[in-house]
Design a protein around this ligand. Structure first.
Ligand code: PLP
Length: 353
């Protein structure tokens, strides 16, 4: 049986967590003099003088209902970036353990490992940006605690094959972290429904993309309750602010708005793709299950600068493994996409003339 405490750092397993005022007393009272809050109120409206729910109960209840998982399988973080950092801190002994990543992929995995002085092993994606499962399994050592998979992958945009993810998850006793930040834009492909069969899998989600709450910082980790309990133990007590929790609850209730965002962004993505594919300076528009397109052009540095000169910022990913001359372009609203297309046309004509 999978036992996450056997993989965790011993100091974390032993850790007696901080017990906040909001956890020491559970129930309803008339007078709260337990948390050194400002009892007179708050200069802002709505007032923020009381500490937020450290367990994010209401938010977890809504997520549990949305995703069909029990609330004790859910961790909420200050963005998924916090969940990534916590996973590394809970499972990886600095200067001893390591993580495994599959470039080109999300840069935070490496940075979070570097901050924690944890080594990073790399197994590149295949030429069609899929998992090389045999090589990943072969590269895993007793020091490898976490394997980070990103699906749909940033910056390439594609889903990883479900069969490969499942083969990897069942072929290793390490923790497989599947980052599904962009899954709302994909059709299917989520591991959340398969968590019961794979207790060594942690799925990451975020409200920063499809739910439009990037500024609120709300990220979610789904996993085996014993593993989630380790993250809960190690987190800062009030890691998700009251403002963020309230915004998240509101966004999760606005299901129709979010569905409409997703439909429109996917439409815009395919329109943008077909426009880009007509451009002379565009060599490849890679398949995307996300809200961005990875685009290979004739000269990424030159096009990038030219777009900046026209007031348009995209992401230069040309130095990432396998992404030579590639720009990552977020799908905008119709007006933004049209400006981008016009700018690339102008650049094309200048480059030709
Ligand atoms: C945007 C993104 C996230 C989201 O991070 P937050 O901290 O939740 O905003 C996570 N993973 C990937 C791959 C991303 O691109």
């Amino acid at each position: 049986m999978f036992d996450p405490t056997a993989l965790a750092r011993p100091n974390i397993v032993r850790l007696k967590p901080y017990s906040s005022a909001r956890e020491d007393f559970v129930g309803v009272a008339e007078v709260y003099l337990d948390a050194n809050e400002n009892s007179l109120g708050s200069p802002v409206d709505p007032p923020l003088n009381r500490y937020p729910d450290p367990r994010q109960t209401e938010l977890k209840r809504l997520l549990a209902a949305r995703d069909g998982v029990p609330a004790d399988s859910i961790f909420v973080g200050n963005g998924s970036d916090e969940v990534i950092d916590l996973l590394i801190r809970v499972f990886c002994e600095p200067r001893v353990d390591e993580i495994l990543i599959c470039p080109p992929t999300y840069g935070i995995y490496r940075v979070a490992a570097d901050v924690n002085d944890v080594a990073v092993r790399e197994v590149p994606l295949t030429s069609d940006f899929q998992l090389d499962v045999d090589r990943i399994v072969a590269e895993v050592t007793s020091k490898t605690k976490l394997i980070f998979i990103c699906s749909p992958n940033n910056p390439t945009g594609n889903l990883m094959g479900m069969e490969e993810i499942v083969t990897l998850a069942s072929g290793t006793d390490r923790i497989v972290v599947v980052d599904e930040a962009y899954i709302d834009f994909a059709q299917g492909g989520s591991m959340v429904g398969r968590l019961v069969r794979f207790p060594n899998v942690v799925v990451l989600r975020t409200l920063s993309k499809a739910y439009g709450l990037a500024a609120a910082r709300v990220g979610i980790g789904y996993g085996d309750p014993a593993l989630i309990a380790l993250l809960e133990k190690a987190k800062p007590p009030y890691n998700v602010s009251g403002l963020a929790q309230a915004a998240a609850v509101e966004a999760l209730r606005a299901k129709d708005d979010v569905n409409e965002f997703v439909r429109e962004l996917r439409r815009n993505r395919e329109r943008l793709r077909s426009e880009l594919e007509k451009m002379r300076v565009v060599e490849t528009v890679f398949p995307s299950d996300a809200n961005f397109l990875l685009v290979r052009v004739t000269d990424s540095a030159e096009l990038y600068r030219s777009l900046i000169g026209r007031g348009i910022v995209v992401r230069d990913r040309s130095r990432e493994f396998g992404c030579e001359n590639c720009l990552r372009i977020t799908v905008g609203n119709s007006l933004e996409n049209q400006r981008l297309i016009d700018a690339i046309k102008e650049y094309s004509q200048e480059a030709a003339g």
